[in-house]
Design a protein around this ligand. Structure first.
Ligand SMILES: [Fe+2]
Length: 303
């Protein structure tokens, strides 16, 4: 199966307090503002023009997950595959005016996925300011009422490849063309949503700074630091001021082997063997397990 997307492009969120959300991303993760209007702010941590796109809205939610394709042909291919799979294409005009080609479809559960040609890389690679200054935005985890079905859809429409899963698909990790163990993770949940998005940090010193920065704001990490079993990545999570769960990660496994055989493990082992979730032992708190942010389009559709 041809991989049609290369990596996570951006995460697009509705927030009630736009300036609060922007300040939060600036002082904690350390992304910087690239473009600002009263209604929308573009933020990035590297040369790419947008990684976190924040819109002022009456209610917080997820607008879409942007996945970067390498060519317009790949975008067209995704559109054809989505339609063949019976999925609804909700836009063919890019949501960002500086993107050449894009298609946005809804998964059968209502996750909005925008596959787009590469974002302009026209920003300075280094910049001043507070926060951690991550390398990039690197993955999302989606909540799903039917992870097996969603996993099959994303593999057949986007060409994502299975990196690892649990026995009954309670947890699934899918990789894109860049080989990261997961660009899209899927976790079984009562309903569709975004569980978390993630910034990639440089090394473990950044995690110390993350904890200290949160402490200066009189805030706490939700889970971590630790090292995930699946993906072998360092992690720490916090809630941002808009109620989204943000992961900071580093050292994620990269899978280049085209003959990779996805490991399968029993989710029950998380209870008896915490190492499956965190090599260092600590299990996530209930607030992490239960977290979900709904997709705006899905919320409109179901009323
Ligand atoms: Fe994650």
């Amino acid at each position: 199966m041809e991989t049609l997307v290369q990596r996570l492009g951006y995460v697009s969120l509705d927030v009630v307090e736009l300036e609060t959300a922007v300040r939060d991303a600036e002082i904690i993760s350390g992304a910087r503002v690239v473009d600002r209007s009263p209604h929308r702010v573009l933020m990035s941590s590297n040369r790419r023009r947008a990684e976190l796109v924040l819109y002022a809205a009456a209610q917080s939610g997820v607008r879409c997950i942007g996945l970067e394709a390498l060519s317009a042909d790949a975008v067209d291919n995704v559109k054809a595959r989505a339609q063949r799979a019976g999925l609804v294409v909700i836009a063919e005009k890019p949501s960002l005016e500086f993107v050449d080609r894009a298609v946005t479809f809804l998964t059968s559960e209502g996750h909005a996925i925008e596959v787009h040609t590469p974002l302009p890389k026209d920003q300075a690679i280094r910049y001043a300011g507070a926060g951690i200054h991550p390398l990039c935005i690197d993955h999302v985890n989606l909540n799903s009422a039917d992870p097996k079905k969603l996993s099959d859809e994303l593999q057949s429409v986007l060409g994502l490849r299975l990196s690892e899963r649990t026995t009954n698909h309670e947890l699934v990790w899918l990789r894109a063309g860049d080989g990261r163990h997961h660009t899209v993770g899927i976790v079984g949940a009562p309903a569709a949503g975004l569980h978390h998005f993630s910034w990639e940090l440089r090394d473990f010193n950044d995690f110390k700074r993350l904890g200290d920065v949160l402490d200066t704001e009189d805030r706490l990490l939700v889970w971590g630091p630790g090292r995930h079993g699946a993906g072998d990545n360092l992690f720490a999570y916090y809630f941002d001021r808009s109620g989204f769960l943000v992961e900071c990660t580093a050292e994620m496994e990269v899978i280049q082997d085209l003959n990779h055989q996805p490991p399968v493990f029993d989710v029950a082992s998380l209870a008896v063997n915490p190492k499956a979730g965190n090599r260092w032992g600590q299990l996530p708190p209930p607030s992490w397990v239960a977290h979900s942010n709904s997709f705006v389009q899905h919320r409109r559709a179901v009323g």
